[in-house]
Ligand binder design. Structure first.
Ligand SMILES: [Ca+2]
Length: 134
């Protein structure tokens, strides 16, 4: 009988599946601390450290700035972040699974753990949305 196959991360046309995209968007948002829609160097470093154990090396940073979508400050946008994962996933889906699992996703792309965020509540929804309208 069939083996347990993880969800496909890409579709026939090579694009990321909506489920995969949603998970990656949630990860992006977690690292976009100032919520400006792009990862500054500090934010990107934090992401890389949590994902790979170290910041991106020069070559990787050069590739990012040369090939991916950046904002006017030269920071990686959500679009660029998804491009990065689309590229990686087309060639090495297992790498993307590794990253997703690092960030708390299981093989069904459900968030089962949150990485080093003890104070996070279980909703996992944007906990920075504090509105002081009074
Ligand atoms: Ca940011």
């Amino acid at each position: 009988m069939p083996l347990v196959v993880p969800l496909a991360l890409t579709e026939e046309d090579g694009g990321l599946t909506p489920e995969c995209e949603a998970a990656l968007m949630a990860i992006f948002k977690r690292y976009d601390v100032d919520n400006d829609g792009a990862l500054s160097n500090t934010e990107l470093d934090a992401f890389a450290r949590d994902t790979n154990g170290d910041v991106f090396d020069e070559d990787t940073l050069t590739e990012i700035t040369e090939f991916l979508d950046l904002d006017s400050n030269g920071h990686l946008t959500l679009k660029g972040f998804l491009q990065m994962y689309n590229l990686q996933t087309s060639s090495e889906p297992e790498e993307t699974w590794k990253d997703l699992q690092k960030h708390g996703y299981d093989t069904k792309l459900k968030l089962v753990a949150s990485r080093n965020e003890d104070n996070d509540d279980r909703s996992g929804i944007n906990n920075t949305a504090e509105k002081s309208s009074a």
